[in-house]
Design a protein around this ligand. Structure first.
Ligand code: G1P
Length: 288
């Protein structure tokens, strides 16, 4: 039977210490790229790829995310009164349908694998996507849509990017079984290997299609790199039981978990906007 992907998990429990003091009271996922929070890029990407149920794994201090995806009557009334129809439409269109969003809490920061495990009862027997809001993409077709279009309805898939040099040690890395044109059959994966021991140049970048089989491993709560329960380890185990593929993503990825990546994304997305492009380019030219 072919599985369709209708549920997505957004792990948003992380502390965001790299962006302090901005993230002292503000969830890092609410940091804006131009004028839209990171998490909204991920949710819009999921919705446009056909996702119908949005599951957030949150933590303490993250209620701003719930408020963001909720109706704000005062704001709607104010925008209506002031005839701000563009802003009003933006606010209304960015809201998921009633009942389409669920929140669960990761009570302790035990790792990405643990965060996903916290959503197990909401996932049940369904194939599901995972989107890490830190990674955003600028591409003709969204990253998750590229994956769903290539997904044959069995096993799982991860988004991959070829990374040169020592930077590979910041990622989950594929141990390659064999390569097809775009897809790479996965033999196993290693979380944040040291450069010399990286099994390939193919790094996992923030988007996953997973099967509930993964919970069989995550149930065991085995700790890996950094003394955390790693999604990569669970994937590596699952890939030995089901077919898992890496898909090389077309487009540019921005690592918004790093300051440089975040600032780059702001510049690139601003230049991409008709209302901002000229002003930003003129300003940047003053530095050259
Ligand atoms: C996480 C995953 C890693 C993956 C990366 C993609 O790492 O653990 O396997 O390659 O996201 O962005 P983090 O960036 O949270 O350290």
């Amino acid at each position: 039977m072919r599985n369709s992907v209708k549920k997505a998990v957004f792990p948003v429990g992380g502390m965001g210490t790299r962006f302090l003091p901005a993230t002292k009271a503000l969830p890092k996922e609410m940091l804006p790229i131009v004028d839209k929070p990171l998490i909204q890029y991920a949710v819009e990407e999921a919705a446009s790829a056909g996702i119908e149920e949005f599951i957030f794994v949150t933590g303490r201090g993250k209620t701003a995310i719930e408020d963001h995806f909720d109706q704000s009557s005062e704001l709607v009334n104010l925008l209506r009164k002031r005839n701000k129809s563009n802003e009003l439409n933006n606010i209304i269109n960015s809201m998921p349908k009633p009942g389409a969003v669920a929140y669960t809490r990761q009570q302790e920061p035990l790792g990405l694998g643990h965060a996903i495990w916290c959503a197990r009862n909401l996932i049940g027997e369904d194939t599901f996507a995972v989107l890490l809001a830190d990674d955003i993409f600028m591409s003709k077709k969204s990253c998750l849509k590229q994956m769903i279009d290539q997904y044959d309805g069995t096993g799982g898939m991860v988004a991959v990017e070829e990374i040169e040099g020592e930077e590979i040690s910041s990622y989950g890395v594929l141990d390659v079984d064999y390569k097809e044109l775009k897809k790479i059959k996965i033999k196993g994966l290693v979380e944040k290997p040291i450069f010399k021991e990286a099994p390939s140049k193919y790094a996992v970048v923030g988007r996953y299609i997973l099967t509930p089989k993964i919970f069989e491993y995550l149930d065991k709560q085995i700790k890996g790199t950094g003394d955390e329960i790693q999604l990569t380890d669970a994937l590596s185990w699952t890939a030995k039981h089901e077919d898992y593929f890496g898909l090389k993503i077309e487009g540019e990825r921005f690592d918004c978990g790093s300051k440089v990546g975040y600032l780059r994304a702001n510049i690139a997305f601003a230049i991409d906007r008709d209302d901002l492009s000229n002003d930003i380019l003129n300003y940047l030219r003053t530095f050259i």
